[in-house]
Design a protein around this ligand. Structure first.
Ligand code: MRU
Length: 387
């Protein structure tokens, strides 16, 4: 297995520092920004300086860990460390506030719920405030630490499953071409990635011909972020405009579409970046397997189907602008440009951040626990066994 070289990191976390890579400035400017307050953490997520369902959950959790670590060594000792009850009273609004930063990705809510539960467990066990604080720090750090391992497991499980599927379809021995949407790599997670992790696994094991990816307007997660990740990883790849998926399927041998997810409903309906549904409809038309790669924490059994998934509407202006460097490759390549390409004062702009792909269009849902497929003749998944 060939090892991939250096990868980009969505954040850096140490005992006394939390920094995020400002993704609004990528791909031309690498700038890490320190996060020192709950407002900064909330803003980083809301403004999409950091984005991707697992990455925003990790950032929110790590901010809580940093806040508590600093409190433990502060002099004078902050008042909220007087008792476990005052700790709960202080941290609860922080968790609730971070939870409101973006609505669709369930990972953020799941992470904040997990920290609420850790607090409740400390109260139930009548722990002293120091132990309760340390328990919460560990739980928060685990949210991030667990991500990379499960991404690698999903990538392996999904990659091996796909290789086998292609063999069964009579394509044995082939190197595969896989299309992805948005960005689901290191920049969207704590490392390695979900759908892009699967593509990386195929590359590392010698089973990938090319990764194809859509530009993913309007934020351009594909052309700004996935392009940079694939370039950094030296994975052979081809960028397409969002409008070219049908043409790609008509003229190229694409073996699968692999995407990430922001929330998977109980029946398998999946919310992911806008444009995912288009790719799924076209994949079904061309009989191309459509695979969702997402950790168990993305599955929301409380939501019966996709119609109940809250879909974030982004500010209209974000659909009217394009970001980039003014003079890439020159001394001035730090100069950032935000260019408006619509008429001034334009109204009537539709800008949902996500769409929902119905389960019937999804061939497999890969989590760290295994590969779920629908029963013969069924249109929906039974995910109750894997969560
Ligand atoms: O709006 P974004 O960039 O946060 O949307 C990201 C996606 O839709 C990803 O596909 C999803 O979060 C999975 S990331 C591993």
């Amino acid at each position: 297995m060939s090892q991939s070289p250096f990868t980009l990191q969505s954040f850096k976390y140490s005992d006394d520092r939390l920094e995020i890579l400002n993704q609004l400035l990528l791909p031309h400017t690498i700038e890490y920004v320190e996060i020192n307050s709950v407002e900064e953490a909330h803003d980083a997520i809301k403004s999409m300086k950091i984005r991707g369902a697992p990455a925003i959950a990790s950032l929110a959790a790590l901010y809580v860990a940093l806040y508590l670590k600093r409190a433990l060594i502060a002099t004078p000792v902050p008042n909220f460390l007087a008792s476990t009850e005052s700790l709960v009273a202080d941290v609860t609004p922080i968790l609730d506030y971070l939870y409101t930063a973006r609505p669709t990705a369930v990972n953020l809510g799941a992470a904040m719920r997990r920290l609420h539960q850790a607090l409740a467990a400390s109260v139930a066990a009548a722990e002293d405030v120091q132990s309760a604080t340390r328990r919460l720090i560990k739980e928060a750090e685990d949210v991030s630490n667990e991500d990379v391992g499960r991404n690698k497991e999903m990538a392996r499980l999904g990659g091996e499953w796909l290789i086998e599927q292609v063999k069964q379809r009579g394509g044995g021995g082939k190197e595969l071409n896989v299309l992805t949407v948005c960005n689901t790599g290191s920049l969207a997670t704590s490392g390695y990635g979900t759908a892009l992790g699967l593509i990386t696994y195929l590359h590392e094991t010698g089973h990938l011909d090319k990764a194809y990816y859509t530009q993913t307007a309007p934020y351009h997660q594909g052309s700004r972020l996935t392009a940079l990740e694939l370039q950094t990883l030296q994975i052979p790849s081809v960028m397409i405009c969002d409008t070219m998926v049908g043409s790609l399927f008509q003229h190229h041998n694409i073996h699968a579409v692999a995407v990430g997810a922001d929330r998977v409903a109980k029946n398998g309906d999946t919310a992911n970046k806008i444009g995912t549904y288009n790719a799924a409809v076209l994949a079904a038309r061309h009989n191309i397997p459509f695979i969702v790669v997402a950790p168990v924490s993305t599955v929301d059994l409380d939501v019966p189907d996709g119609s109940r998934i809250p879909i974030e509407q982004r500010p209209p202006v974000e659909a009217c602008i394009i970001r980039g460097a003014l003079y890439p490759g020159t001394e001035d390549d730090k100069a950032q440009a935000v260019v408006m390409f619509t008429p001034k004062g334009l109204t009537g702009i539709y800008n949902p951040s996500f769409d929902v792909t119905p389960a019937e269009l999804i061939t497999a849902i890969v989590t760290e626990k295994g590969v779920a497929v629908k029963k013969e003749g069924e249109q929906q998944f039974d995910l109750s066994g894997i969560v």
